[in-house]
Design a protein around this ligand. Structure first.
Ligand code: NDP
Length: 478
C-alpha cells in the first residue's frame, strides 16, 4: 500500500516526493511506502486547518454529530478492509484488528453524541451576578498517536478534537499509517469538509516535532513513549501549549489468595499477551499471593506455551508479529537482560519463525520468575509478550511492589474481599484500577496515567474539556 497524506480534503504525496519504506511485520518485507513528510507538509496542513477553523467551529452541533457518525458508518461499512490493512501493517491477529475497527468507529459515534451534549456551566452568585463559562474550541490542534492500536488511538484523539469544534492536524506512527490512509480516503469518499481534518505522515522527529514546534497549533494530544513525551513537554511547555500526554506503563496484575482463580487466570492470559503485549494497559508484572504462587505460576506457564504464535491472518493465531525490527530487538534484549539479572525463563524466551512468515518478527509468549521487584526488568517498560512473576506475602507487600515503579498507568487486582479491593484501589498509584476485570472500558471515564505515565486525562468530558478553552463571563445583576 502506498500511503498518502490527507490535506485540505485531498490525498497527496509529501511535497518533497520522498517516501519511507513500510515493512510488513509478519514477513519482514517492504510492502509499501509512507510519505516522508516534513515541516512544509505540516505548514500546508496547518494552513488548511486554519482556513477551516471558523466555519467548523460555527457548524451546528447537529451537523458535527452527522459528520462524525458518517465517518463511523463508513468505517463500519468497510470494516474488513480496514481490519486487513491494520493486521498487515501492525502484525496483530486479524480477529483482534476486526474488534479494534468496531471500537474505532465507536469512538467517532461516542464523541458525535458528546458534541450534542456538551454544554457550558453556569454559577449564580445570589442577587449579585451570574457567571457562565463558555467552552470554546481551541482552534487548530495536533494529535500524535503510536503504533500499537493504530486506528483506535488515532480516532480516540481526533473524534473529541473535532466534536469540540477544533480543526486537526494529525500524525499516526510511521510504522502503522495504513488505516490513517484509509481514514483519509474515507473522508474524501464521504465529502468530509476540507481542511477540518488533516493527516500528515512521516517520522516523529520531523513531522511530530514540526507540529509540536508550530506556533499556530495550540494544543497537542500525544500518546506514546515516556521519553518522547518528556521531549514534547520540554518543547511545548515554554510555548504554553495545552498538553495531554498518555505515556508508558509497567502495570501490575495482582492475584490475591481469595481471588476467583479460574477467572483471574483466564483474563490474565489476555492481560499479559493480547496484541503481543503491545497494549499500554497490559499487565507486565504478575504479582501472586505466596499461598497460590505455584498453582498460578504453573497454569500461566501452561497457558502461555499453548498460545499459538503465527501468521496474523489465520483465525487460530493468538499472538501475531512484533510491530518493527527495532522493537523486536528491544524486546529480545530485555529477555536477555532478565537472564543476566538472574531471572529464570519458564516459558518462551525465544524468537521464532512461523510457517509462511519466515522473515517475520515473532517472539514466544515469555514468562520469567525469580527477579527482584526493583531490577530493570521489573521497572522498565518492555511493551512485548513478556511478563514476570513475583510472590507476595500480604496486602502491604503487594502494594509496595506494585507502586515501586516510576510508571502509574493501570493496575489490575483479583480478590473477592470487598474492603481489601477498595483499600487497594485507593492506595495504588495508578490512573486506572480494574478489579476482577481488565480492559473493561466505559468511554465516559477518565483515561490516563499518574507519575511518569502521563499528564492529563482523555475520555468523555475530560477530552471535551481538554480540547476547549474555558472562558468565564460574569454579569452583574444590579
Ligand atoms: P513513540 O513515543 O516512539 O511514538 C509515538 C508517536 O510520537 C509516533 O507517532 C512517533 O512518530 C511520534 N514522535 C516521535 N518523536 C517525536 C517528536 N520528537 N515529536 C513529536 N512526535 C514524535 O511511542 P511508540 O510509537 O513506540 O508507542 C509505544 C509507546 O506508547 C509505549 O511506551 C506505550 O506504553 C505508549 N502508549 C501509551 C498509551 C497510553 O494511553 N498511556 C497507549 C498506547 C501506547 P514515529 O513513530 O513516526 O517516530
Amino acid at each position: 500500500m502506498q500511503v498518502l497524506n490527507y490535506i485540505n480534503g485531498k490525498m497527496q504525496a509529501a511535497l518533497n516526493g520522498n517516501t519511507i519504506d513500510n515493512y510488513e511485520p509478519a514477513t519482514g518485507h517492504v510492502y509499501g511506502g509512507v510519505p516522508d513528510s516534513d515541516e512544509a507538509d505540516v505548514n500546508l496542513a496547518f494552513e488548511a486547518a486554519k482556513a477551516a477553523k471558523i466555519s467548523w467551529a460555527n457548524t451546528p452541533a447537529e451537523e458535527k454529530f452527522k459528520w462524525l457518525n458518517a465517518l463511523a458508518d463508513a468505517i463500519d461499512a468497510d470494516r474488513e478492509n480496514f481490519a486487513i490493512a491494520e493486521s498487515r501493517d501492525q502484525g496483530k491477529p486479524l480477529w483482534l484488528a476486526r474488534n479494534e475497527m468496531i471500537r474505532s468507529a465507536q469512538n467517532f459515534r461516542f464523541f458525535a453524541t458528546a458534541a450534542m451534549q456538551f454544554a457550558s456551566e453556569s454559577h449564580a452568585m445570589e442577587n449579585k451576578a451570574i457567571n457562565y463559562t463558555l467552552r470554546q474550541p481551541i482552534g487548530v490542534v495536533g494529535c500524535i498517536s503510536p503504533w500499537n492500536l493504530p486506528l483506535y488511538l488515532f480516532s480516540w484523539k481526533i473524534a473529541p478534537a473535532l466534536a469540540a469544534g477544533n480543526t486537526v492536524v494529525a500524525k499516526p506512527s510511521e510504522f502503522t499509517s495504513a488505516t490513517a490512509h484509509l481514514l483519509g480516503e474515507t473522508c474524501v469518499k464521504i465529502g468530509f469538509p476540507a481542511g477540518v481534518l488533516n493527516i500528515v505522515n512521516g517520522l516523529g522527529p520531523k513531522v511530530g516535532q514540526a507540529m509540536v514546534e508550530h506556533k499556530g497549533i495550540k494544543a497537542i494530544s500525544f500518546t506514546g513513549g515516556t521519553a518522547t513525551g518528556k521531549h514534547i513537554a520540554a518543547t511545548a511547555g515554554p510555548m504554553f501549549k495545552k498538553l495531554s500526554l498518555e505515556l508508558g506503563g509497567k502495570n501490575p496484575n495482582i492475584i490475591f489468595e481469595d481471588a476467583d482463580i479460574e477467572k483471574a487466570l483466564k483474563t490474565s492470559i489476555n492481560t499479559s499477551f493480547l496484541n503481543q503485549g503491545e497494549i499500554c494497559l497490559c499487565g507486565s508484572r504478575l504479582l501472586i499471593h505466596e499461598s497460590k504462587y505455584e498453582l498460578v505460576r504453573d497454569r500461566i506457564v501452561d497457558e502461555a506455551k499453548k498460545l499459538k504464535v503465527g501468521n496474523p491472518q489465520l483465525d487460530d493465531t493468538r499472538v501475531g508479529a512484533i510491530v518493527s525490527k527495532p522493537h523486536y530487538e528491544k524486546v529480545l534484549s530485555y529477555i536477555e537482560l532478565a537472564k543476566q539479572e538472574g531471572g529464570a525463563v519458564l516459558a518462551g524466551g525465544r524468537a521464532l519463525q512461523p510457517e509462511g512468515c519466515e522473515g517475520g518478527w515473532f517472539i514466544e509468549p515469555t514468562v520469567i520468575e525469580g527477579l527482584p521487584f526493583d531490577c530493570r526488568t521489573n521497572t522498565e517498560e518492555i511493551f512485548g509478550p513478556v511478563i514476570t512473576l513475583m510472590p507476595f506475602k500480604d496486602e502491604e507487600e503487594a502494594l509496595a511492589i506494585a507502586n515501586a515503579t516510576e510508571y502509574g498507568l493501570a493496575a489490575t487486582l483479583w480478590t473477592e474481599n470487598l474492603t481489601r479491593a477498595h483499600r487497594m484501589a485507593a492506595n495504588l498509584e495508578f490512573g486506572i484500577v480494574w478489579i476482577n476485570c481488565w480492559l473493561l472500558r466505559d468511554l465516559r471515564t477518565p483515561f490516563g496515567g499518574a507519575k511518569s505515565s502521563g499528564v492529563g486525562r482523555e475520555g468523555g468530558w475530560e477530552a471535551m474539556r481538554f480540547f476547549t478553552e474555558p472562558k468565564n463571563v460574569c454579569i452583574a445583576l444590579s
